[in-house]
Design a protein around this ligand. Structure first.
Ligand code: AMP
Ligand code: FE
Ligand code: FE
Ligand code: ZN
Length: 292
């Protein structure tokens, strides 16, 4: 029997999956830490897409509000055509290999977003400048579809980001392009080499992928050094949670949870899914930088 339970006592719970203005969230790292403190969480992780740009602000806010913060990122990856998001925590931000992975992905994201917008611009009143107007931290922000969605909202084409994601920004839209990404194998290796902890995010989300990562695919990654699975996430259904827990139990993996909070950009509520303190302690011990 598996004994890792979803952590519901907020004072002992951490939200390990949160986005800020340094990617597609709408609040600053400081606001994130303050809101986490106000909501009674024991701690929070910053996990912007493909960047460490918000780490400094998050560390300063941790001191200011007296709330411990794990530093991490959500890394865009691919495994044999399955889109994979990998959460990585507490790695050395000075590691050249991981920084090179991020630089490549962010460039690929920009190029892909520009092409998507250029093709939308033939049919809709939207320009690249409109998209950049939605990017809150300039070149430091990892640009993605949410910024295109926000520009479409500003142009009056949709009422909300979520509505844009059901229309022109959907992965089924004729304007959609995937982001060229490193393989999940490369990401596991890079995070490991940088002294960090790697976790597959929302591996059971059937909306993101027609085909999910198989048990065998996950087990190959475990053999390469993958440390955990994000089980407690709103987009993993019960059947998938059971599957992922089974794999985690078999291989003694970390089981994590997080809200995938994007501020006003998504309905996900800060602290709606969490990770217990014992698991966070293991991540802290395994990581190569101190908690802040
Ligand atoms: P991209 O990585 O550029 O392909 O964009 C995908 C990102 O958009 C993910 O990080 C999601 O968090 C975000 N996203 C996906 N669906 C929605 C939605 N319905 N509303 C807001 N944001 C979304
Ligand atoms: Fe996101
Ligand atoms: Fe994700
Ligand atoms: Zn996320």
């Amino acid at each position: 029997m598996f004994h890792v339970a979803e952590c519901r006592e907020l004072s002992q719970a951490w939200d390990l999956h949160c986005h800020t203005v340094y990617s597609d969230g709408t609040y600053t790292p400081e606001q994130m830490v303050r809101l986490a403190k106000d909501s009674g969480l024991a701690g929070v992780a910053i996990t912007d897409h493909d960047t460490t740009a918000g780490w400094k602000d998050a560390a300063a806010a941790a001191v200011r509000y007296g709330l411990p913060v794990l530093r991490g990122s959500e890394i865009t990856a691919d495994d044999a055509g399955v889109s994979v998001h990998m959460l990585a925590y507490q790695y050395d931000p000075g590691n050249a290999d991981i920084m090179a992975v991020f630089a490549r992905t962010r460039q690929a994201r920009l190029k892909r977003a520009k092409i998507m917008v250029a093709s939308m611009a033939k049919d809709y009143p939207i320009t690249w400048n409109d998209v950049m107007a939605q990017v809150k931290e300039g070149e430091k922000t990892t640009v993605g579809r949410p910024h295109i969605a926000d520009a479409l909202v500003a142009a009056g084409i949709y009422r909300s980001r979520t509505e844009a994601f059901s229309g022109l920004c959907s992965s089924r839209s004729p304007y959609y392009l995937p982001t060229p990404s490193p393989t999940a194998h490369e990401v596991v290796a890079a995070v490991r080499a940088a002294g960090g902890v790697s976790v597959v995010a929302h591996a059971g989300d059937r909306k993101r992928n027609r085909t999910l990562l198989s048990d065998a695919q996950i087990e190959v990654l475990i053999g390469e050094g993958l440390n955990g699975l994000e089980v407690w996430h709103r987009d993993n259904d019960d059947e998938q949670r059971r599957r992922l827990l089974g794999i985690a139990e078999k291989h003694h993996l970390l089981v994590t949870g997080g809200s995938d909070w994007h501020g006003a950009g998504k309905p996900n509520v800060l602290g709606e899914n969490t990770t217990d303190e014992g698991t966070v302690e293991r991540i802290r011990e395994m990581g190569s930088i101190p908690l802040c």
